[in-house]
Design a protein around this ligand. Structure first.
Ligand code: PLP
Length: 384
């Protein structure tokens, strides 16, 4: 592994107090929540240290965040040039989404999502008093996924539907949607007058060969109205410092975000860390993406060797592997068997919607050694 990522030694990792490393007892190898095992970038650690040295632990000011994000987006996110004034610091992506949904959709109204999808899309919308309207992804004969434009249009036209929440790159299936697919979505939302929120949190980790298309780079009126959510939290593995990014496309969404500034305070340390990541920690980001890409390839070999019944498409972005375990005979929730009999914790497929029955999500943001250990433990859980 590239030394900037550390060595993912279990002795060091088990000292962490994070959700990933404290949820299960020490005999369980955690590979569930979307937190990587790599060490943070030195640039990020130095930024947090300098904030501490300056005693700068007050309420946040977004400072250079807008400029830093605009520079990163221009160079690394497909030539997107957001106006820094329309870039807002938020505590995290899901809090931002929940706030904006409450502003845009009346209580009890519906929000369209594409399951199988990140589980908080279900429960955070429900906690916010809005209904989930499912437009499931289409499954291709080879097991890969696509947006189902007919299902999306049907969902958008159901009575009470008030917004569409799109995930790109998609968690858990790892797809980056093409410019054509995104333009088709924009057409549908425009035709139905539907507000659009796009979660692009995994975009900085587009893997070699894949091209993420930022929604705001579409030349389309629906794109300009869309609110985009992203963060350094996945790309640089810093969700604990609490700073996400919302990018408004027009004056209306800018006003919605401005009005809610007090509900959307990031952490000041998070702003420091995010600016440092976006401006200076590109070497680290490239090392992480290269390691994840190697791990994704290795996973294909490991599955062939230990679990040939599991089907898997390499992700185009990020460090989450969506495993079709339906042929293993472990029922709707194979992760339960992997945990109890194999002592390895994956994310249960059914948490991502009913479409996840028989699936499990494996976190591959780790060393090749720990990835191999996770697969060996999964295999050990098989009966006989
Ligand atoms: C698609 C997606 N959105 C949002 C989040 C959570 O981000 P945050 O911690 O900024 O709320 C995740 C975390 O894994 C995610 O995968």
């Amino acid at each position: 592994m590239d030394p900037v990522l550390g060595d993912c030694s279990l002795t060091s990792l088990r000292k962490r107090n994070s959700h990933k490393w404290r949820t299960y007892p020490p005999d369980v190898l955690p590979a569930f929540v979307a937190e990587m095992d790599f060490n943070p970038a030195e640039e990020v650690k130095n930024a947090i240290r300098s904030a501490l040295d300056a005693g700068d632990l007050g309420y946040p000011h977004k400072g250079e965040l807008g400029e830093a994000f605009a520079e990163f987006a221009a160079d690394r996110l497909g030539g997107w040039s957001p106006d820094p004034h329309l870039v807002f610091a938020i505590p995290d992506v899901m809090t931002g989404i929940a706030e904006i949904i409450q502003a845009l959709v009346r209580p009890g109204g519906g929000v369209v999502i594409n399951p199988p999808v990140y589980s908080p899309f279900f429960f955070r919308l429900e906690l916010a008093g809005r209904r989930v309207v499912e437009a499931p992804l289409a499954v291709n004969p080879d097991g890969s996924y696509d947006l189902d434009l007919d299902a999306i249009d049907r969902a958008l036209t159901l009575p009470g539907t008030g917004a569409y929440l799109l995930c790109n790159p998609h968690n858990p299936v790892g797809r980056v949607w093409s410019r054509e697919q995104l333009t088709a979505v924009a057409d549908l939302c425009d035709r139905r007058g539907m507000p659009l929120l796009v979660d692009e949190i995994h975009a900085p980790l587009a893997l070699p060969g894949a091209k993420h298309v930022p929604f705001h780079t579409l030349e389309h009126p629906a794109a300009r109205r869309a609110v985009i959510f992203t963060s350094a939290s996945k790309g640089w593995n810093i969700p604990g410092v609490k700073c996400g990014i919302a990018v408004a496309g027009d004056a209306e969404s800018e006003a919605i975000l401005r009005l809610r500034w007090d509900a959307l305070l990031a952490s000041n340390l998070g702003v420091y860390a995010t600016v440092a990541a976006l401006r200076r920690a590109w070497t680290w980001l490239d090392a992480a993406a290269a390691q994840i890409d190697d791990n994704a390839r290795l996973l294909t070999d490991l599955l062939a060797q230990y679990l040939p019944g599991v089907r898997y498409q390499r992700p185009q972005a990020s460090f989450l592997a969506w495993l079709d375990c339906r042929d293993l005979g472990l029922g709707a929730d194979p992760a339960a068997a992997f945990l109890s009999a194999g002592r390895v914790a994956l994310s249960p497929g059914p948490d991502f919607g009913t479409q996840g029955s028989g699936f499990a999500r494996l976190n591959i943001g780790t060393s090749p050694e720990l990835l191999a250990e996770a697969v060996r433990r999964m295999a050990a859980a098989l009966p006989g």
